[in-house]
Ligand binder design. Structure first.
Ligand code: MN
Length: 296
């Protein structure tokens, strides 16, 4: 099943199931100020989202055309976004995770706003997962019941020597979506082809089997550091092929059985950077050659 966070033309914000070109609203009960319907649904589901509409809502309150709704970030309000560094054997510099600001989320079809005109910005296409059930000190073998589903993510990055949490946390720097796809539909998350294009150029073409930090290791390790809450987003780190994006570019990441996320890039309103990290490390790998193995 594909779950969508959306806003309808009347302002109604909801979460629905996408079937073909239709959205079935789930009328999530128990509205609470400041918590999105997606997070409320995840909290109520205890980690396992229904995989059939009939068991999700007896009488869906709304039924829309997908074209009628504004797609929102798949989780509009995660309590945190946890990211793995560049995640392919040739380029792993350090194991560990870092945080991106939750306010950096952006929806499918959104616009990434480059803040500075004198700095370089790169795209990182990644497989992400959404936590469905609170997780703390979880063993790798037990992570699966804490994962509600998977989605596509672009970890947009400013290159240079500022702290990673700054370089990756600008507003709009975490496009995520369009859907949360349940694990029954995704199957093995280590068997997915990930491709990223900038305009027509294929920059990243990899197999998630090549990730050093697989999903189980990432969730288990992170849960020893911090409590993972329903709606938290963990992203698995990018394969080779990171490269520069510029004003007017279209960036698309497509992951087999998970979906296709596409955004545009704008430097409208960009100013001179007030910090001086431009010529200092750390820097992502220089390669822009797609590296692909094991996928047939
Ligand atoms: Mn990344």
């Amino acid at each position: 099943m594909k779950y969508l966070s959306y806003r309808h033309a009347d302002g109604h914000e909801g979460v629905g199931v996408v079937i073909g070109s239709r959205v079935i609203d789930l009328a999530v009960p128990g509205a609470r100020d400041g918590i999105s319907p997606m997070r409320r649904l995840l909290e109520a589901s205890d980690g396992v989202l229904p995989t059939a509409v009939a068991s999700t809502a007896d009488s869906p309150a709304f039924d829309f055309d997908l074209d009628e709704v504004e797609v929102l970030p798949v989780v509009p309000d995660p309590t945190k976004i946890v990211a793995a560094p560049v995640n392919q054997d040739a380029h792993v510099d350090a194991l560990g995770v870092f945080l991106k600001a939750p306010s950096s989320v952006l929806a499918d079809r959104g616009t990434v706003q480059l803040p500075y005109r004198d700095r370089r910005f790169d795209q990182e296409g990644e497989l992400a997962l959404v936590i469905g059930r609170r997780a703390r000190n979880v063993e790798p073998a037990d992570v699966w019941r804490h994962i509600a589903g998977y989605t596509c993510l672009l970890d947009m990055t400013m290159r240079g020597g500022e702290d990673r949490s700054v370089r990756k946390s600008f507003e709009t720097f975490t496009p995520v979506g369009p859907y949360l796809v349940t694990p029954d539909e995704v199957g093995d998350p280590r068997d997915l082809r990930l491709r990223t294009w900038v305009n027509e150029e294929l920059r990243q073409d990899a197999d998630t089997a090549d990730l050093i930090w697989d999903v189980a290791a990432l969730v288990a390790y992170t849960s020893t550091v911090m409590t993972l809450q329903p709606g938290d987003i963990l992203t698995t780190g990018t394969p080779a092929g990171v490269g520069r994006v510029r004003d007017g570019d279209t960036v698309t990441v497509e992951i087999g059985r998970v979906g296709r996320l596409s955004v545009t890039v704008s430097s409208a309103g960009a100013v001179d950077c007030p910090t001086r990290g431009a010529d200092r490390g750390p820097k992502p790998p220089e390669t822009v050659t797609p590296v692909r193995r094991r996928c047939s």
